[in-house]
Ligand binder design. Structure first.
Ligand code: SF4
Ligand code: SF4
Length: 413
């Protein structure tokens, strides 16, 4: 099977085999063997749930450090929409952006500006939608990967438009090249991330060949320095370019509201997303126009690499967005041009990953399903996790796949 890059990694020395992560993993991608967690790479969607629940901080995200900036002549930071939720509303965000710039960047690009553009593009798309309904948002890479491995029949529903992160990076690079005559490889673009899924999507992009982003640094890594720097700012530069429509993408339901679609479902929390995707797969929600599925509770404000409490951050974004005291500054014509020229679109086919498949051969797969059913009926049904699998059914599947044996169940000897 193809090897993916995963941003979520396990520090074995810290792991004590408590099984918390195994029990919470939404794709049953974790097993515990010899008192250590093991991540089944093909199943992992980098949603970061294990990072959230590990009491020993053994599950971590592979990130870059500010040292990597030295490789580039011109450095650009992409500040995510979630940044708006990390500070009190009375904090001038231009000071925050200046604080980011002071970390060694030549420029700070507001991701929300790209979300503004995508808002306009999706509004147009919904008017002439040729794809199966509901259209599925392309914002959350953890949900996209989940669809690839568990709901491949829904791949055609995914809207084929760049994420705000990728569009922001592409625009920032183009602007810097035109303005300063720089070559592409002289420019380093760093995303300030709220989640490991974005880091994975930089290394393994979905819908495009190569990411436009060169590295990722988490909000947590630099938050303290941003606060320190922003408190020293005297002369304010105007960095903020996003409207409240773009900023609203940071919370669950915000993008649907900005797009202005009435007939939408916005779901946050990966378990809830799975339940609704199951309904969509069964064809029960074909009357819905737009599905916004976000792996984190509250939306991106709930990303595991954010600093602020997700509920407080979500409330701040809501209060900002509900003012709706501004308009998107980008023209509809410009947004359509970016779409029509392919600048804001996906170019690559999205592949099904089929990690949940039991066998390539359908007859063999059916046989294995029967074997799993039989084995599950022989197990006690306690889902106690003592065998190192998250449920009795998962142990039965591991046995059929050849990874475990029935004696691993502590009730069988
Ligand atoms: S949550 Fe997972 S990684 Fe963390 S200590 Fe428990 S078993 Fe190990
Ligand atoms: S909801 Fe947002 S923060 Fe959470 S995994 Fe998806 S993109 Fe990342």
């Amino acid at each position: 099977m193809e090897e993916y890059f995963h941003s979520v990694v396990l520090d074995k020395d810290r792991c004590n085999g408590c099984t918390n992560c195994m029990r919470r993993c939404p794709t049953e991608a974790i097993r515990v063997r010899d008192k250590k967690a093991i991540i089944i790479k093909e199943r992992c969607i980098d949603c970061g749930e294990c990072i959230r629940v590990c009491p020993y901080h053994a599950q971590q995200t592979q990130l870059d450090t500010l040292d990597k900036l030295k490789k580039y002549k011109y450095k650009i930071a992409i500040s995510p929409m979630t940044m708006y939720g990390q500070f009190n509303l009375d904090k001038d965000m231009n000071k925050v952006f200046k604080g980011i710039k002071m970390l060694g960047f030549d420029e700070v690009f507001d991701e929300g500006y790209a979300a503004d553009i995508i808002t306009l593009i999706i509004r147009e798309n919904l008017k002439n939608n040729q794809q199966p309904k509901p259209l599925i948002s392309s914002l959350c890479p953890a949900v996209l990967r989940l669809i690839q491995i568990r709901f491949p029949s829904l791949i055609d529903n995914i809207i084929r438009i760049e994420s705000p992160m990728e569009l922001a990076a592409r625009l920032a690079r183009k602007n810097a090249m035109e303005r300063y005559g720089l070559k592409s490889d002289e420019i380093g673009i760093f995303y300030i991330t709220q989640c490991p899924a974005k880091v994975t999507s930089i290394k393994n992009p979905i819908g495009i060949k190569n990411s436009h982003v060169d590295g990722a640094i988490s909000i947590k890594q630099i938050y303290g320095d941003i606060v320190k720097n922003s408190n020293t700012v005297e002369k304010i530069e105007a960095f903020r370019t996003a409207s409240t429509y773009g900023i609203d993408w940071a919370r669950a339901g915000g993008q649907s509201k900005s797009i202005g679609v009435d007939n939408y479902i916005a779901v946050d929390g990966i378990d809830n997303v799975i339940k609704v995707l199951e309904e969509i797969e069964l064809g029960k929600l074909n009357n819905i126009e737009y599905f916004e599925g976000l792996a984190c509770v509250g939306g991106c404000v709930g990303g595991p690499l954010c600093v602020e409490n997700p509920f407080i951050a979500k409330s701040r974004i809501r209060r900002l967005a509900e003012k709706r005291n501004d308009e998107i500054k980008v023209s509809r014509e410009y947004a359509i041009e970016l779409y029509d020229s392919g600048f804001a679109c996906w170019t690559e086919k999205i592949q099904s990953k089929g990690a949940m498949k039991l066998d390539e051969n359908i007859v063999e797969a059916i046989k294995k399903i029967e074997e799993i059913k039989k084995l599950t009926s022989l197990l006690p049904g306690l889902d106690c996790g003592s065998c190192g699998a998250p449920s009795c059914r998962a142990l039965a599947e591991d046995i059929v796949r050849g990874y475990s044996k029935i004696e691993d169940c502590i009730f069988k000897d």
